[in-house]
Design a protein around this ligand. Structure first.
Ligand code: KG4
Length: 340
């Protein structure tokens, strides 16, 4: 029996739908919302409205590209949370209506679990190594920075997480004060390739255990900039590559220090990375470097599965479908961070 899962993702500012058949990806359509660029961040109400406009054409296109009729679907999986409530509600309501009309099961997916299980997306004709259980996953995005112990598809434990800002949030905010634009991550990444990572030193947090903190770094960056600009109004313009490289290096060091600690503490050498910030070149290089130095086996997803996408929701839905782990029609969306 074929298991054909439609995945729907609408937690933030990307409307996405994907189809997975027996664990293999058939389509993954993403409509990104450019409307937020002018505001330097995601405007929730505008995001909800854009989801509302995008959801039907995006699902239609995902089914078309997959060559699948809606009547062939086995289940509909959707992001239930965490995320922006208004955005989530569009995907949640659509998924419920669609599943009910087709009389097929509904599967709720935690967005964070989806990021982790993106490592298990298979594509016909493409080789990709998949981690064995248990493994560690560093989940770094605009909203989260967590170290997760992944014991099974349906069994994960958060070992540490940020107590304030997420890594991506810190990068985005620092980029904003430098006047570089939104989202800052890809811009900082590009500039950092041309800069000296040792040019500037920013304060690193001292947080016990496996938790992270990035708000102090952001403040230290801001104050340093302010002082330098007093003496030289052209400071940012003249040093933006070095500033970007030093900021990126500091964040990558903070992330890797704790990850090394977790790997040692749990005796695990299989280490994966997930979430939007895993697109970062400096972080990817740090993973390859750790693979060599500490004999880690590292897993880095394809760029298209690092940022928000429905393929990761569909693959999580696929494993929940095999477990017959369905969700009732009255399950509400949730905005806060949980992992279940
Ligand atoms: O997972 P994601 O797409 O969305 C949510 O957080 O919901 O992550 C977005 C974050 C943003 O902070 C963005 O600036 C960051 O990922 N990002 C990057 C890069 N590409 C995206 N950060 C550093 N380097 C990149 N190349």
């Amino acid at each position: 029996m074929n298991a054909i899962i439609l995945g729907i993702e609408s937690s933030c500012d990307d409307t996405s739908a994907a189809v997975i058949k027996n664990g293999y990806l058939l389509s993954n359509v993403i409509a990104s919302q450019a409307v937020h660029e002018a505001y330097g961040g995601v405007v929730p109400e505008l995001a909800s409205r854009a989801h509302q406009q995008n959801i039907v054409p995006v699902v239609h296109e995902a089914l078309r590209r997959a060559g699948v009729n809606k009547e062939d679907l086995s289940a509909v999986a959707f992001t239930r949370g965490p995320g922006l409530m208004g955005s989530l509600l569009v995907g949640v309501s659509f998924a419920k209506g669609f599943a009910r009309s087709l009389n097929i099961p509904l599967i709720d997916v935690n967005h964070l679990t989806g990021h982790v299980l993106a490592h298990f997306i298979k594509v016909e004709g493409e080789e990709n190594a998949q981690p064995d259980f248990p493994f560690l996953c560093l989940l770094v995005s605009g909203g989260n920075s967590q170290i997760i112990l992944v014991k099974a598809y349906n069994d994960m434990e958060i070992l540490g997480q940020t107590i304030d800002d997420a890594a991506g949030e810190a990068i985005d905010k620092c980029s904003k004060v430098m006047g570089l634009g939104y989202p800052g991550g890809p811009i900082i990444d590009k500039l950092a390739r041309k800069g000296n990572p040792k040019a500037f030193t920013f304060s690193k947090p001292h947080i016990p255990g496996l938790d992270y903190s990035f708000s102090g770094l952001k403040t230290s960056f801001l104050y340093s900039l302010r002082n330098w600009m007093k003496d030289d109004p052209q400071f940012i313009e003249r040093h933006k590559e070095d500033l970007a490289a030093s900021l990126e290096a500091t964040i990558v060091n903070i992330l890797m220090d704790k990850l090394r600690k977790a790997a040692k503490q749990y005796g695990i050498k299989q280490v994966a990375v997930a979430g939007g910030v895993s697109a970062n070149t400096g972080l990817r290089n740090a993973f390859y470097d750790h693979a060599q130095r500490f004999h880690w086996q590292v897993f880095i997803p394809k760029f298209s599965y690092t940022t928000d996408n429905a393929a990761m929701i569909a693959i999580t839905g696929y494993y929940k479908y095999l477990d017959k782990d369905f969700c009732p029609i009255d399950a509400p969306a949730y905005s806060r961070v949980t992992l279940k």
